[in-house]
Design a protein around this ligand. Sequence first.
Ligand SMILES: Cc1cc2nc3c(=O)[nH]c(=O)nc-3n(C[C@H](O)[C@H](O)[C@H](O)COP(=O)(O)O)c2cc1C
Length: 139
Amino acid sequence: MKIAVRYQSRGGNNKMVAEAVASAVGVEAKSITEKLSSEVDVLFLGGGVYAMQIDDELRRFLDQLDPAKIGAIVPFACVGMVKTPIRQIKKAARAKGIQVLGPLPVIRLGFSHSAKPSQAKLSKLQQSARDLVSAEQRS
Ligand SMILES: Cc1cc2nc3c(=O)[nH]c(=O)nc-3n(C[C@H](O)[C@H](O)[C@H](O)COP(=O)(O)O)c2cc1C
């Protein structure tokens, strides 16, 4: 099964989450500035929210999703409070006919600018990612 992990991150939180997910499923996390080079069965895709909006770069990445190259998308997000990235990723995937799995549990940091995802939350996310991939492999 081919798996890829792509993230959008301004401050490093979603990069940290993506790296945790990627290490759990045995691949490398890459920024959305790196295009998918080949077909993938499962794409883990996540990012943050900034003044109630997802980043323009993530929006562009979503616009360019190629349903012929992606079996399923698993959204993830590390945010202050709202689930906007999850909603936007789901919406874009479904609009293109790409299956959505998950999402992974959203990591909420509240309104502290210095908060980082805790190891406990990252571990939970890693377990969810592994479970999801195992379920896909069985199906
Ligand atoms: C300028 C700015 C605006 C933000 N606006 C929101 C927001 O509207 N809603 C929210 O839930 N989180 C908001 N956040 C919190 C970020 O989504 C959160 O810190 C996230 O982890 C950032 O991800 P990153 O470090 O990968 O860029 C904001 C953060 C910043 C720096």
